[in-house]
Unconditional design. Structure first.
Length: 422
């Protein structure tokens, strides 16, 4: 994704602000839409700011709580064209489960009202999980079901009393070109007399697949050759994924390597076979799917997905793994593979001699989220490159850049321009 031509007519002299900036997803989307990075970025996490600085060096960065930054002082009298807010979502998300919620974290969204009161951005964008609309008071650390949504409605009314029109929708990242099915609530508020415009999906009927972001040249070690055995739940997920998705094979090339710059060679099983060489077999059959390392639902529906579908929502933890069933060209672990599948009642219409698995890399996850490969994800912090754990956390916390670009473009009448630039 390259930068769009600079569009100054719409934001001439106006500031762009990214609060809760994180690793830079919203900022990257804003840059794609408007041709320049935000002027101000705020986040309390030094690692997040380090990644943001590496990719948006022209931005003024505040490494502190969003409540500690005074909007009036930060803006120094300049008007604000657009302010983006992505407050912490885990205390609204279903993924948090039963643990107690923290009212202070749930109240972070009120900082958007503070900016609206202090510097009156023309456009305010806010991103959160779908459950944000259920925001209400807590009773003994848990949401009060009787007052569900009460605080959210009060939040909207406060913006409206300040002269903003407010609207919100749930959008899916894969409908705008990212290879993840991540769904998020987006709220837009305007006080400039212009109407709120929502972007039209660009990939609703041609969603990018998980296969498109995977580096197929990275080897998958056998699950039967590990120094430590996989846990029973992980083995159960692998078997369940095989039951659901390991029935659409593809071919990989073995033997001689690729030329410099040549993509790893794989072949559609429905197409004619490549040239048969005298040296013997050069094609091996693989059956791939993505395993999801979450707690298994009763129906097993959240443990795996087809490689042809967009990757599931990327979280702050290492959850997605590529699994392949091999029928050739591997050390024979057929007995172990058969025993594993049989133990979980899985029957496949072909013999499996090995099963390989690896976790998806941070680069693959960022790619699925919609970041370009040029995006720096390993800046040096305290003398060391950002850890893999921190990189995944930044990715899981990030806004998908394509969908942020689409929303911002729509507010400034640039959607058709954005499509041409893409």
């Amino acid at each position: 994704m390259g930068r769009a031509p600079i569009v100054r007519a719409f934001l001439d002299g106006e500031l762009i602000v990214d609060s809760f900036a994180g690793g830079g997803g919203a900022s990257t989307g804003i840059e794609l839409a408007l041709g320049r990075s935000p002027d101000i970025a705020i986040n309390h996490d030094p690692e997040a700011i380090a990644m943001h600085e590496a990719n948006h060096p022209e931005t003024r960065h505040y490494t502190e709580s969003v409540w500690e930054v005074d909007p009036v002082v930060a803006c120094a009298g300049r008007p604000v064209g657009i302010a983006w807010f992505s407050p912490d979502c885990k205390h609204f998300s279903r993924a948090k489960g039963a643990p107690l919620r923290d009212q202070r974290i749930r109240g972070l969204a009120w900082v958007a009202v503070r900016w609206a009161q202090a510097v009156r951005p023309r456009v305010i964008c806010l991103e959160n999980v779908e459950e944000f609309t259920t925001w209400g008071p807590l009773v003994e650390g848990m949401p009060c079901t009787r007052r569900r949504g009460q605080t959210f409605r009060a939040f909207v009314r406060r913006l409206q009393k300040l002269g903003y029109v407010v609207d919100w929708r749930t959008l899916r990242a894969s409908h705008y070109g990212a290879a993840t099915s991540r769904k998020r609530l987006f709220l837009v508020a305007r006080c400039d007399g212009e109407r709120i415009t929502w972007p039209h999906p660009t990939h609703e009927h041609c969603e990018p697949s998980a296969a498109s972001i995977i580096d197929w040249s990275i080897p998958l070690p056998s699950i039967f050759e590990r120094s430590r055995d996989l846990s029973p739940p992980t083995l159960a997920r692998i078997a369940e994924g095989a039951r659901r998705y390991a029935r659409v094979p593809y071919l990989i090339h073995r033997g001689n390597g690729e030329r410099v710059g040549q993509a790893p060679r794989t072949y559609d099983i429905s197409k004619p076979l490549g040239t048969i060489v005298a040296q013997g077999q050069k094609h091996a059959v693989c059956f791939a799917f993505v395993a999801k390392h979450y707690s298994m639902r009763g129906d097993g529906s959240n443990v795996a997905q087809a490689i042809t579908a967009p990757l599931g929502a990327i979280t702050t933890r290492d959850h997605h793994a590529l699994v392949e069933m091999y029928t050739a060209d591997r050390v024979d672990h057929g007995a172990e593979a058969s025993a594993l599948l049989a133990a979980h009642g899985v029957e496949l219409p072909y013999p499996v001699i090995d099963i390989g698995m690896r976790m998806l890399t941070p680069r693959e996850l960022f790619r699925a989220q919609g970041f370009a490969d040029e995006y720096r994800i390993d800046p040096v912090v305290n003398g060391k490159p950002l850890s893999k754990t921190a990189q995944i956390r930044m990715c899981g916390n990030s806004v998908s850049p394509p969908i942020a670009a689409a929303i911002v473009s729509a507010q400034f009448g640039l959607e058709s321009h954005r499509r041409r630039a893409a």
